[in-house]
Design a protein around this ligand. Structure first.
Ligand SMILES: *[C@@H]1O[C@H](CO)[C@@H](O)[C@H](O)[C@H]1NC(C)=O
Length: 168
């Protein structure tokens, strides 16, 4: 009986060992800090098809030379970190529109990529291919990329969002 149990568990261990060389997808690391969406503010009234002022304060917790981030409009429940992909995007279906990827250069370094603009343009409902319901919810979301932070993590991401009040 005892032999049987030991033998069975030895087989189980062997089976587990044989199954080991399975490849895991790379982990997606969540930054302990995110930047702050200064504008638009929470529940700021906005209109489809119009410009709105935009300001995002990057998080400098790991003193990056460059702080890249991507800005999205999402529809429905607020986006969650589970919706961030290994390349720092929101997954397909988790956003209605991507405004673009921008980079803040720090320490007076030359600009890389596109600097964040002072305003963004909301698409029209037709461009978004959306119809509004009574419970439609929209968020402005930012995924910031952090490179070379303490802890030997090559890249991690932070997600933050604010709800918007969409005027019809
Ligand atoms: C976003 O993540 C949540 C929580 O895991 C999940 O329920 C939802 O389906 C995800 N959205 C998309 C579009 O993958």
């Amino acid at each position: 009986m005892l032999f049987n149990i030991v033998f069975t568990s030895a087989i189980a261990t062997l089976a587990a060992a044989l199954a080991l060389p399975k490849r895991q997808p790379p982990p997606i690391w969540q930054s302990p800090f995110t930047g702050i969406i200064v504008t638009p503010s929470v529940n700021q009234p906005m209109s489809f098809g119009l410009d709105f002022p935009f300001e995002y304060d990057v998080s400098d917790w790991c003193e990056p030379a460059f702080a890249p981030f991507t800005v999205y409009l999402t529809e429905g429940e607020p986006p969650v970190f589970d919706n961030v992909t290994a390349t720092g995007a929101l997954t397909d279906g988790a956003f209605a529109f991507e405004f673009g990827k921008f980079v803040v250069s720090r320490f007076g370094l030359p600009q890389q990529g596109l600097p964040p603009p002072a305003s963004l343009t909301l698409p029209t409902l037709e461009e978004l291919d959306l119809t509004l319901g009574p419970d439609s919810e929209f968020h402005l979301a930012v995924v910031e990329e952090f490179d070379g932070c303490p802890g030997d993590i090559a890249v991690e991401y932070g997600l933050t969002s604010v709800p918007l009040l969409m005027a019809v």
